[in-house]
Design a protein around this ligand. Structure first.
Ligand SMILES: [Zn+2]
Ligand SMILES: [Zn+2]
Length: 236
């Protein structure tokens, strides 16, 4: 079955995202855009993913819990999980390896933890915009071990990407999918990396960017599990 999805969206938990990126606003925008699935992928945290999943219950929209991990090498890796428990296990692994310093108050106030009524229930006190000490390889292996998938994010970007930091895609990296940002054409990357599935996500930090680019995936089951399975399948 062919579905359309945007698998890299930030909520108000990310210090660089707008405060109106609430669980209800994100889900409603995804429904307006007639997406089948989205993923909530905040920097180094998944604190708002469960609220978005709750909001989407009964709407038909699949919300995949995830996070965009910033590795030791300053590489952004989108990780997606079949359920909130697995996402929280990844979050714990990342929290354990972030610098042991609390975020300054000004930053903390931009890291909103929201419930499914969009009420603020707290502020994340971690430095979510910093690198954890896990390597790219460790992040990818951990995501896979938890039943999830790891996708090197926006590989076309000149910073915080696999290509900007390492300069190449390591052959032994357990990934089958690479992401190109909405600012680049994915065709040159499909030509350069024919063995990988290339996807494009919005990486939305504001509501208007959700689904500005989207992916069509052929899934067996319309679920987080079904989507993760496709993204982990050898492409060519
Ligand atoms: Zn990023
Ligand atoms: Zn991002």
């Amino acid at each position: 079955m062919l579905i359309t999805c945007d698998l890299h969206i930030h909520s108000a938990l990310s210090p660089c995202a707008l405060n109106d990126m609430t669980p209800n606003n994100i889900v409603n925008m995804a429904l307006l855009e007639e997406l089948t699935a989205i993923a909530v992928t905040d920097h180094n945290s998944c604190e708002n993913a469960e609220a978005a999943m709750k909001v989407a219950l009964g709407t038909g929209l699949v919300v995949i819990p995830g996070m965009e991990v910033q590795t030791r090498e300053d590489v952004h890796v989108v990780t997606l999980f079949p359920g909130i428990e697995e996402a929280r296990a990844m979050q714990q692994a990342v929290y354990d390896t972030l610098p042991p310093i609390k975020a300054p108050k000004k930053q903390m106030e931009k890291q909103l933890i929201l419930d499914d009524d969009d009420e603020i229930t707290g502020y994340c006190d971690k430095l979510l915009n910093m690198s954890c000490s896990l390597t790219v390889e460790e992040v990818c292996e951990k995501a896979l071990a938890l039943g999830g998938v790891a996708i090197p994010a926006h590989i076309d970007r000149k910073s915080y990407s696999l290509l900007s930091s390492l300069g190449f895609v390591p052959k032994n990296l357990p990934v089958k999918t690479l992401e190109v940002s909405m600012f680049s054409d994915k065709e040159p990357y499909e030509k350069q990396y024919p063995q990988y599935r290339i996807i494009t996500d919005s990486d939305a930090h504001e509501l208007g960017h959700i689904a500005m680019v989207r992916n069509t995936l052929d899934v067996e089951t319309v679920s987080a599990h079904g989507i993760i399975k496709v993204l982990n399948t050898q492409y060519a």
